[in-house]
Design a protein around this ligand. Sequence first.
Ligand code: FES
Length: 103
Amino acid sequence: MADLLFDQLKSGEPKKIEIDGTSVCVVRVGEEVFAIDDTCSHADASLSDGEVSDFKIECWLHGAEFDLRSGAALTPPATQGLETFTVNKSGNSVTITKKNGDK
Ligand code: FES
């Protein structure tokens, strides 16, 4: 589990955090926040260094795009989607947890 402050997230600027040893890419899009596995499913690149457009993030290394909402791989060379995390936002407080209920 990780706690963040909403007003410290800039829209369209990914932020890399750690949850139980897993690198997670957190992205604010307008008033919404999404969290996705930070490691690209194609190779070992950090998506937090990628570009965000609308609800997509593009891997900086070979250009694969992922849907921030579902984790789905949208364009090659990635063919496998990524794990997404549960985001709870309450006022300025943002809590991110693994979907399987682990802390
Ligand atoms: S490492 Fe991300 S597209 Fe190749």
